[in-house]
Design a protein around this ligand. Structure first.
Ligand code: 5AD
Ligand code: SF4
Length: 458
C-alpha cells in the first residue's frame, strides 16, 4: 500500500479539488500520510494567481528534490493551476530542474487520470494530462473529507469573466455548473453524517445555472435540506449578484449573513481596464440593497493595488470606497502581472515601492475598521459553531459566528461540531474572545444573536 502526501496551495477550490483527488486514491486502497518524509507519493496542488504563489511552490520543489535524491523511487506529482499554466515549460524545462523532480503533471480537469498516471509512474513512465474540459464537474466523485464539521462543496468549475488581470479562465477553463440534484444529494449525505456547515464554492457562484434554475434556486434548495445546517457560499461577482439571491439570503435563517464581494478597485477607470463589467455606482447600490434586505450582514472584499496606470487619485477612490463600506474583512494584493492575460500587455508601470505604500495604507485602514467592528461586539452574545481546538492554549476551543468571525473561548474538546451561545468579552482586529453563555444547541440563532449595527450607510 502506497503512502500519499498532499500539499495544497491557493484558493478553497484547490482544497476541494485535493479532496476529490484523495477520494479517487482512497478508492484505490492508498494510505494518506501527514509526513512528507515517509511518503511514497508527494502531490502538490498548485496556484498561479500571483507570482509569489508560484515562487513558494518552486521553493517547495527544492525540498521534494532532496527527498527524491535520497529515495529515487518517490513519485512527485504537480497538480492544479500551475500544471496547466506551465504545461509546456514544465515538461521541457530542465533549467529550473522542475522537469527532473516532477513525474506527473495534471491540470484541474484531468484528476480522474491521477490513479492511472501514478500506476505508470511506479514503472518509471512520466505522465502529463493537462486538457481542459467543457463538461467535467466531478459530480459523481466522492471527496475524501476529514473535518466532520464543515465541508467545501464545489458547485461549478472554471470562469468566463476574463477579468483582465486574472489567469483563472486560462488555468481552469470555461465555466460549467454541476447539476442541482447531485449537489443537493451530497448536502443531504453530509447532513446525515453530522456535518454542521457547507460552503458552496465556485469562482463566480452567482452565475451557477442548470439552464432552468439559477444560484438563488440552488442555495434555497441546499438551505432546505436541514435548517440546522449552516450554508455559506463564495465567491460572488458584483455583476451577477441578483436581488433574488439577496432575498434568499434574507429569508433563509440558515444561510449565513456573510457575503464576500470582491470590488478590486474603487476607480471606474481602473474597473473598466480590469474588465470587471460594473462600476463603483453599481457596487455601492448592491451594498445598499444587501444591507437593507439583510441588516447586519457581514461583508468582505478583495482589492488589488498598483494595477497598470493606477494613479494616486485612483487609489484614493479605493480608500474612500473601503472607508464608506466599512468591510468586516478584506484580502488585499499587490498587482502581479500574469503572462497571456490582457493586462500583461498594459505593462506593470506602478513601481513596487508605490504598491507597497498603497497596500500598507489599506491594510492599516482595514485593521482599524475590523478592530472597531469587533470591539462593538464586546458584551454581546453570539451563536458559535465550534470547529476545533484553539491553536494557542490547551483547553481553548475555536469557532465561527454566522458572520464568519473567529471566536476563541475556554471549553471542552467535546464541543467540536456543536453550536453554542458565547458572550464576547474581548476582541482584537482578527479575533473575538468569549465565554460560553448558555446551553449547547438549545437556542435559535434569532433569539440570541444581537447583530452588530452596521453603523455605515451608503
Ligand atoms: N494580481 C494580484 N491579485 C490578483 N488576483 C487575481 N489575479 C491577480 C493578479 N494578477 C486577486 C483578485 C481576486 C483574488 C482571488 O486574487 O483580487 O479576487
Ligand atoms: Fe479571475 Fe475575475 Fe474569474 Fe474571479 S471572476 S476567477 S478574478 S476572471
Amino acid at each position: 500500500m502506497k503512502k500519499i502526501y498532499i500539499e495544497t496551495y491557493g484558493c478553497q477550490m484547490n482544497v476541494a479539488d485535493s479532496e476529490i483527488v484523495l477520494g479517487l486514491l482512497d478508492e484505490g486502497g492508498h494510505m494518506m500520510t501527514d509526513d512528507v518524509r515517509e511518503a511514497d507519493v508527494i502531490l502538490v496542488n498548485t496556484c498561479s494567481i500571483r507570482e509569489n504563489a508560484e515562487k513558494r511552490i518552486y521553493g517547495r520543489l527544492g525540498l521534494f528534490k532532496e527527498i527524491k535524491t535520497a529515495r529515487p523511487e518517490v513519485v512527485v506529482g504537480l497538480l492544479g493551476c500551475m500544471a496547466e499554466r506551465l504545461r509546456d515549460s514544465l515538461t521541457k524545462s530542465k533549467a529550473e530542474g522542475v522537469g527532473q523532480i516532477v513525474d506527473i503533471i495534471v491540470g484541474p480537469d484531468e484528476y480522474r487520470k491521477v490513479p492511472a498516471l501514478l500506476e505508470k509512474a511506479w514503472h518509471g513512465e512520466r505522465g502529463v494530462a493537462v486538457r481542459l474540459s467543457r463538461v467535467e464537474t466531478y459530480d459523481d466523485l466522492v471527496p475524501l473529507r476529514t473535518s466532520g464539521v464543515s465541508a467545501w462543496i464545489s458547485i461549478m468549475r472554471g470562469c468566463d469573466k476574463f477579468c483582465s488581470f486574472c489567469v483563472v479562465p486560462f488555468t481552469r477553463g470555461r465555466e460549467r455548473s454541476r447539476p442541482l440534484d447531485g449537489i443537493v444529494s451530497e448536502v443531504e449525505t453530509l447532513a446525515r453524517r453530522g456535518y454542521r456547515e457547507v460552503t458552496l464554492l465556485g469562482q463566480n457562484v452567482n452565475s451557477w445555472s442548470d439552464g432552468v434554475r439559477d444560484f438563488a434556486d440552488l442555495i434555497d434548495a441546499v438551505a432546505a435540506v436541514d435548517p440546522a445546517l449552516r450554508v455559506r457560499f463564495t465567491t460572488s461577482h458584483p455583476q451577477d449578484m441578483s436581488d433574488r439571491l439577496i432575498a434568499a439570503i434574507a429569508r433563509r435563517e440558515n444561510i449565513c449573513k456573510y457575503v464576500h464581494l470582491p470590488v478590486q478597485s474603487g476607480s471606474d477607470r481602473i474597473l473598466s481596464l480590469m474588465n470587471r463589467t460594473y462600476d463603483s455606482r453599481h457596487y455601492r447600490g448592491l451594498i445598499r440593497r444587501l444591507r437593507e434586505a439583510v441588516p447586519g450582514v457581514s461583508l468582505s472584499t478583495d482589492i488589488i493595488v498598483g494595477f497598470p496606470t493606477e494613479t494616486a487619485d485612483d487609489h484614493r477612490m479605493t480608500v474612500d470606497l473601503m472607508r464608506e463600506v466599512g468591510y468586516d474583512g478584506a484580502f488585499m494584493f499587490k498587482y502581479s502581472p500574469r503572462e497571456n492575460t490582457p493586462a500583461f500587455a498594459m505593462g506593470d508601470d506602478v513601481p513596487d515601492d508605490i504598491k507597497t505604500e498603497r497596500i500598507g495604507e489599506i491594510i492599516e485602514l482595514q485593521n482599524r475598521t475590523s478592530l472597531s467592528r469587533n470591539l462593538a461586539l464586546v458584551g454581546r452574545t453570539m451563536e458559535v459553531l465550534v470547529e476545533g481546538s484553539g491553536r494557542k492554549a490547551a483547553g481553548q476551543m475555536q469557532g465561527r459566528t454566522d458572520g464568519n468571525r473567529i471566536v476563541i473561548f475556554d471549553g471542552p474538546a467535546e464541543l467540536r461540531g456543536r453550536t453554542l451561545p458565547v458572550r464576547i468579552v474581548r476582541a482584537n482586529s482578527a479575533t473575538l474572545f468569549g465565554e460560553p453563555a448558555g446551553s449547547v444547541d438549545s437556542t435559535s440563532p434569532r433569539e440570541i444573536i444581537h447583530r452588530e449595527p452596521t453603523g455605515v450607510s451608503i
